[in-house]
Design a protein around this ligand. Sequence first.
Ligand code: G
Ligand code: G
Ligand code: MN
Ligand code: NA
Length: 254
Amino acid sequence: AELAADLAAALDAGDVQVVYQGVVDVSSGACVGVEALARWTHPVHGPIGPDVFVPVAEQHGLVGALGQHVLRTAVADLARIRDTTGTQLVLGVNVSGCELTDPAYPQRVLAVLAERDWPAEWLVLEITESVLDAESSAATDGLAALRRAGLHAAVDDFGTGYSSLSRLDTLPVDHLKVDATFTATLTTSPRRVQVLRSLLSLADALAVEVVVEGVETAEQHTVLQQMGCRFAQGWFYDRPAPADHLATRFLSPV
Ligand code: G
Ligand code: G
Ligand code: MN
Ligand code: NA
């Protein structure tokens, strides 16, 4: 409860930071998009990860304010990059289940995009498999409204839940983000490579884009390149970093 009060104060003061990790085109190494990730340094306890403070926000009615802050900051940062470099990046933000079930959520998102003339097509809402599986109608209705407005949706942490093949063709999403735990064994498990190969071809047939997360080594990158995987993300390419770093890492001529 004390942490929640501190988080509320930090959100008011603009003390929650947003860092970005590149989504890379595997064949060229070019950065085609970013995932926005929230960071908070507590004045007394030091850095606290979103794995800790997002659940706190969810339990104390702060998740709307957190999500709004992250989205607004990220859209402002990327609109600035667009306006100074001419590079339009796809922006991914993580959305918690509580946020999506708020009937006011779709309007809030569209209002933030309008502030910076950010096209709906260039925003991807990352939603975990478990939230999509819960099939709360409030969440799926909100998501459907946003997709009609042009936004894209991604299943986050794909491969950690219980998605069956029959579920895959009904998931209301445009992208699959394959979880890092799946990527970890790619270079040691030929069977896993085959599963991913099949997933890529299935996703292709369903017109769903795949982003493989958690790429940490050159070996993993090479395996993905060889199987024709288009998009990936991970420490091998870059660590999550502030917007200024993004501009120098990816967007200036080398
Ligand atoms: O960045 P890191 O690996 O520490 O993130 C840990 C978890 O927190 C991940 O599951 C990520 O999706 C989630 N997360 C990071 N930033 C946000 C955010 O702004 N909103 C929500 N809801 N989750 C976030
Ligand atoms: O749940 P979600 O996929 O949103 O989580 C993203 C989290 O994964 C971020 O907190 C980010 O810090 C973390 N991450 C990013 N790259 C890597 C990586 O290469 N390996 C691992 N283990 N985690 C990563
Ligand atoms: Mn994510
Ligand atoms: Na993930």
